[in-house]
Ligand binder design. Structure first.
Ligand SMILES: C[S@@+](CC[C@H](N)C(=O)[O-])C[C@H]1O[C@@H](n2cnc3c(N)ncnc32)[C@H](O)[C@@H]1O
Length: 222
């Protein structure tokens, strides 16, 4: 089982362009995160798998003052985030996994965006969700964005995704990536995802967003 997926070289340096191309409405989702979490009482946010800081940026750009902790095990991804926020207060970045957060302080909200489908095996996914749950105070909201679905659902939604991509992409590259998403990533069904989220100590999640294979979920720590 693989519990960490390291993004390096081209994959890290081209990350921002890649997500914009391959995840329809990525910006819409990200831009609305602070609105979705606006009612959070304790504005101390944990961003798990923060990558280059796409979600953190949204929180540092609002009038509400959030305190943000971002963690990511990929040195090349988090170094882009460190550079981006070097002059911004209230942002702490940690290279590592959730187990590298030493503080006993509980967070008031958390996000896990585009991470879980890289983690192989339902037990490893569950372990990550359980570790996030342990870091949150009761009632804290938790937002996920992930490739979700049964094999058949993913297959059908990949056909839709292929129609949503920009038309100028290299056809071979598109074919390879669609193959990789279908066969090499570790998506689970909506029912399996709900089950491990609840088992990890959260309420039954609500799916509030979907674009082809990508589903956005919100829940709260019980
Ligand atoms: C597709 S990127 C998503 C980055 C960011 N959340 C975004 O939406 O732009 C996936 C990130 O998950 C990180 N990652 C992989 N395994 C992880 C784990 N076990 N815990 C936390 N982050 C992990 C990778 O290093 C990578 O930066």
């Amino acid at each position: 089982m693989k519990s960490v997926e390291i993004f390096e070289n081209q994959r890290a340096s081209n990350y921002n362009t890649f997500v914009e191309t391959w995840i329809p409405n990525y910006h819409y989702f990200m831009n609305n995160l602070p609105n979705i979490l606006n009612d959070t009482e304790n504005k101390n946010l944990l961003v798990v798998g923060c990558g280059t800081g796409a979600e953190i940026e949204r929180f540092t750009n609002t009038s509400t003052s959030w305190k943000v902790t971002g963690i990511d095990p990929s040195p090349e991804m988090i170094s882009q985030a460190i550079e981006k926020f070097k002059n911004v207060g209230n942002v702490q970045l940690i290279e590592g996994t959730i187990d590298d957060i030493n503080s006993a302080e509980k967070f008031g909200a958390a996000t896990l965006l585009l991470v879980l489908h890289f983690i192989e095996g339902i037990e490893a996914k569950f372990d990550l969700l359980k570790s996030i749950s342990a870091k949150l105070e009761s009632n804290a909201p938790f937002v996920l964005l992930d490739i979700t679905g049964t094999k058949q659902q993913i297959k059908e939604n990949l056909k839709i995704l292929s129609h949503l991509l920009p038309t100028n992409l290299d056809k071979e590259d598109v074919k390879n990536r669609l193959y990789r998403i279908e066969n090499k990533l570790h998506a689970i069904s909506e029912d399996q995802l709900k089950e491990i989220i609840v088992k990890a100590g959260f309420e039954t999640p609500t799916r509030f967003f979907q674009n082809s294979i990508y589903m956005g979920w919100i829940t709260r720590k019980r």
